[in-house]
Structures are given as C-alpha cells and as structure tokens.
Design a protein around this ligand. Structure first.
Ligand code: ASP
Ligand code: MG
Length: 397
C-alpha cells in the first residue's frame, strides 16, 4: 500500500493557469509513490473579489448566501487542478466538501467541522485516483445547507481529512515556504523555523500568524496529525515540521513574533461585561456579521472595553455598524498587537526585555498581556513596524 499524504495548496500557488499546471506536474510526480488527497484554496484573490461583488449588491448579505457564493472559489480551483492532472495521464477526480462528507454544524460563514464521512474519497483512492478536494467548505447534515469554515479555512479541511484517513502527514504548501520568526516583509532578518510543537504554533496563529488557520493547528494537535509547512515549488528542502515531543529541556527562549495589524477597541457604557458582550453578539448576529476574534475584555472607567480583531471585511462591517449605535463607541486610536511567542513564560526576563526595547525606541505601550506561551503588547498601529523590527532582535540566531 502506498503511504497516504494530504497536501493543501494555497491560493497564491494556484493564482493563474500556469501555476495550476505546475502544481499538477508536481502532484502527478508524487502520485507515483503516494496516495494523495489534494486540498485546494481559491485561486489568488478570488475570495476577496467574491466578497467585493456581494458588497456591491447588498449592504447586509445573508450569511447563507455568502456561503453559496464563496464556495464557488474553491470549486473553480478543484476542477481546473483535476483537469490538468488528467491531462498529464494522472487519473484524478474533484469533490466539493459536501461530496467528500465534510459535515459541519449549521452556522454559516464560520462553521465548525463535526464529522468526516469520506465515502466517495475512499472509493476514489481505492481506484488509484488522486482526490482533489475543495477546501474551506462542508455541509450541515441538519439543515442540508452548504457551509464555510471562515477565512483561511482550507487548512482546517486538509487537517480534518488527514485525521479521518490517519494520513502519514498533512503538508501545507505555499509561496511562503515555512513558518518564519516574523513576517519577512516587515522584519528583514526573519528566518525560517525548522521545528515547532503544536502549542507554539497555536499561540503564533492565535496572535496573528497568517501562515496557517488557527483552527487547523488546534485540530492537528487534537488528532495527532503531523503537519509540514513548506514550499509549493519543487524545492524539497526548508519547511517547518510540527509535531509533539521536541528534543529539549527547560529554557527561556524567544521563538517568533506575530501581530494583529488592526485591533478594534469597542467601548460599551455598561459595567456588567456579560451584558456588553451579549449585546454585541446580538447586534452582529442581527446584521449578518460573523463574530470576530475576541482578544481582551476589561472594565475601565465605568465601561466595558472589548478588543476585537478579524478579517478586513469583518472589521469594516463592524466599524460601519457601530457608528450608528448609541450604546457602543470605538476608540479613535488605531491599535495593533505584537506578540512574542516564547518558552519559559513564567520568568520575567523576556517581558522585561520587551519593555526595555519599547522604552529605548519611545514606543508608547497601552497594555501588556501574558499567556503560557507568550507576551503580547498593545500599541498604536502607527508603531507596529518599528515594534516588530526592534523586538525581532530578541530572537537569538
Ligand atoms: N479561499 C478562502 C479564503 O481566502 C479559504 C482559504 O483560502 O483557505 O479565505
Ligand atoms: Mg484563499
């Protein structure tokens, strides 16, 4: 029996017909020695263009209809990749999430995978076909509706498939060929990281690393799926391996810097935080806005202040909605978070170094937040690049 590998190709690696053909050539070569499930994202910026289209015809597009619209993106890539593979003499078949038995809860735009019953995938693999699967989507067995998993969700589709088939590993293949110590576009000396454990990568993705969907790492940990993040080109070196049990003892070491570029501070004239949060959830639900990522909540000066972040389209929708609300206001300052993921968070050493660096560069700090794996600073958005550059010097070579 050939080993089974799940590979996920990101949107940038499928952005045009030539790129799709090179992915197909690579997959066809690997299919000689492996059984393959290939999960695909939408081509290039297709998902953003579809969201744009929706906004041109509706102020509050129904979340159900958004799912009908956005799943089209992955459906285009899956069929094109399958065609290109068959052209190369490599038998392949494409499936949507629902055909592949990806069952989710019944929420729209941000559904959770509840079960995978991949009968047709199994049958195709037995017939020696490469399976091309549309990422980011599933179906609710209760409502029978098509659902999506949230922006970047095709990583989570890939991990769910790898878990269902107990695949050898799940490879996330991208233009960015590894997990880096910081965003290489911001920190010039950013370096690829060879090995990480699940908790480290979960912390990094929670605090803004775009390299992987947070939920995919959580699911990989839960189901013990070995993850590899590497280049989609034929170069097989480099890449980051994510698994449990790295060979190390205790240390206090900075690993990686990540950032949420846009963080909204929502202020509610309400000292009962539970009421403020409930009110906000109801408001978003009424307006078809998916609840974004909650970063912090505190009572301050007789109000509840809530820090939120999320995809650009959700941030824009929230800003627009809150403008017309009397019970909520938004801080006028634009905030960002910068997080240093590290080991040995119980020692004050790394937080002290962070504070010294900020002070040396006269970067005002609004808040510092601790977690078992990291220290996060809340700063003005205008200081974000400087903060990343200066804190990156704390990550030893
Ligand atoms: N195409 C979707 C997005 O852009 C899903 C994905 O890429 O994983 O968010
Ligand atoms: Mg995409």
């Amino acid at each position: 029996m050939k080993p089974l590998i799940v590979q996920k190709y990101g949107g940038a690696t499928l952005a045009d017909p030539d790129k799709i053909k090179s992915v197909a050539t690579r997959v066809a070569a690997q299919a000689k020695d492996n059984s393959l499930i290939v999960v695909v994202s939408a081509m290039g910026k297709t998902t953003n263009s579809l969201i744009d289209l929706a906004q041109q015809v509706s102020h509050h597009p129904q979340r159900r209809e958004m799912d009908m619209l956005l799943t089209v993106g992955e459906r285009i890539s899956m069929s094109l990749v399958s065609m290109a593979l068959n052209d190369r003499g490599c038998p392949a078949i494409s499936f949507t999430g629902s055909q592949a038995g990806i069952f989710t809860d019944d929420s729209h735009v941000n559904a959770f995978i509840k079960d995978v019953k991949p009968l047709r995938v199994d049958e195709a693999l037995r017939n020696d076909k490469v399976v091309i699967l549309a990422g980011f989507q599933g179906v609710s067995p209760v409502t029978k509706e098509i659902t999506t998993l949230g922006r970047g969700g095709s990583d989570t589709s890939a991990v769910a498939m790898a878990a269902a088939f107990k695949a050898e590993r799940c490879e996330i293949l991208k233009d960015v060929p590894a997990v880096f110590t910081a965003d290489p576009r911001v920190a010039k000396n950013a370096r690829p990281i060879q090995e990480l454990n699940y908790d480290q990568l979960m912390d990094m993705t929670f605090w803004g690393a775009k390299v992987l969907h947070y939920r995919s790492v959580e699911l990989a940990k839960l189901r013990d799926v070995t993850l590899y993040i590497g280049p989609a080109s034929n170069k097989t070196s480099d890449g980051t391996l994510v698994k449990k049990g790295l060979n190390m003892f205790e240390s206090s070491k900075a690993l990686s810097l990540n950032s949420h570029e846009k963080v909204l501070n929502v202020i509610c004239k309400e000292t009962h935080a539970e009421k403020a949060l409930r009110h906000l959830q109801d408001l978003f639900a009424q307006n078809q806005i998916a609840f974004p990522q909650l970063l912090n909540c505190e009572i301050k000066n007789g109000s509840t202040e809530i820090l939120l972040t999320g995809p650009e389209e959700i941030m824009v929708a929230i800003k627009k909605e809150l403008q017309s609300q009397s019970s909520f206001s938004l801080s006028s300052t634009e905030f960002s978070t910068v997080t240093l993921t590290c080991t040995g968070s119980t020692s004050p050493e790394i937080p002290q170094q962070i504070l010294e660096k900020l002070s040396a560069h006269s970067i005002p700090l609004h808040r510092m937040m601790m977690s078992p794996m990291s220290t996060t600073v809340l700063i003005d958005s205008k200081d974000r690049t400087r903060t990343i550059e200066t804190l990156h010097t704390l990550i030893a070579v």
